[in-house]
Write a protein that binds this ligand. Structure first.
Ligand code: CUA
Length: 331
């Protein structure tokens, strides 16, 4: 078990896509990366100069000690006058370096939070302990389509993320796409993102929000606009699966907390499960989406994610299997 766990973590992190601020896939991430590169160069040059000056000072002290031992006079005082003349140059260089950093930081900040007209697409992301409720507003009808723990973004289009929290402070952070912004109870924050490179990205709640803070990951898919529209239309559609026995058990046991649109299940406490099997991960990035993991999660949520609001439901193995089968068909 101990040897398998790190391997499993490695494989899971591979599944969820990249989580790196050093590999920007969008305009806002690029602005932050450029600021990072500027800071690295300025600070790198300062570091090399300081270390070189320190080395030279040590060498000078060592040479002076040698001169003192030989009794042949003062070797260092001759350079003191020149050093004093260099002081204003050093102070000027520091001032220029700081000005460059402050200007870079100011411009990056403006690029992130430039006031723009509201983009065509608005997505509401609400932090919960410990998952993400995600709602897309249909610009035509004004209706909302809800999903959870997986954010899809159209490539090359600016999307306004409206960030809120349902309980404690969380922080939205998908470093490959955008910067970090807190989700604060009672407050609405807005983050505009323009993703440029298609593919999967990994996000993570970046503010400690309780026991399972580390298991509050977010899968993000950037896809061409056509594919995004197709995906959103499929998400907006009700569940297209006959309920059967699993659906009947779900309706009596799970529906108080979970919704499956198109059925009587309309609970709001937990994630909307209308198309749950179409997602990449389960329990906010804790498990990959497989039928077996669905069944394990239903049977032992507190063993997998201690403290989660999902209670251990007393189901017979046959009922748990039937519910897992039903959910695995909700694509
Ligand atoms: Cu939510 Cu940390």
């Amino acid at each position: 078990m101990s040897a398998r766990l790190p391997v499993a973590c490695l494989l899971l992190s591979g599944c969820a896509g990249a989580q790196s601020a050093l590999d920007p896939g969008g305009d806002q991430a690029q602005a932050l990366f450029s600021l990072f590169a500027l800071m690295m160069w300025v600070c790198g040059v300062v570091y090399v100069v300081v270390v070189a000056a320190l080395g030279w000072a040590l060498w000078r002290a060592w040479r002076q000690r040698g001169a003192d031992a030989r009794g042949d006079g003062d070797a260092t005082h001759r350079t003191d006058g020149r050093l004093r003349r260099l002081l204003p140059v050093a102070a000027g260089a520091i001032l220029i370096g700081l000005t460059v950093l402050i200007t870079g930081s100011f411009l990056a900040d403006r690029a992130l939070f430039a006031t723009r007209a509201a983009p065509a697409l608005e997505v509401r992301v609400t932090g919960h302990q410990w998952w993400w409720r995600i709602r897309y507003r249909d610009p035509a009808s004004g209706g909302w389509t809800e999903t959870a723990n997986e954010l899809h973004l159209p490539q090359g289009r600016t999307v306004r993320l409206v960030l809120e929290s349902a309980d404690v402070i969380h922080s939205f952070w998908v470093p490959g796409v955008a910067g970090k912004l807190d989700m604060i109870p009672g407050r609405t924050n807005r983050l505009d993102v323009t993703a440029r490179r298609a593919g999967w990205y990994r996000g993570q709640c970046a503010e400690f929000c309780g026991l399972q803070h580390a298991h509050m990951a977010l899968a993000v898919k950037v896809e061409p606009s056509d594919a995004f529209r197709t995906w959103l239309a499929a998400q907006a559609a009700p569940a297209g699966r006959a309920a059967g026995r699993g659906g009947a058990v779900f309706a009596t046991v799970c529906a108080a907390c979970h919704a499956v649109r198109g059925t009587a299940a309309g609970g709001r406490a937990g994630p909307d499960l209308t198309h749950v099997a179409g997602r990449r991960t389960l329990a906010a990035g804790t498990l990959t989406m497989t039928r077996g993991n669905l069944q394990g999660w239903i049977a032992q949520p507190q063993a997998i994610k201690p403290g989660t609001s999902m209670p251990a439901v007393p189901l017979t193995p046959a009922d748990a299997d039937a519910v897992a089968g039903y959910l695995a068909g909700l694509r």
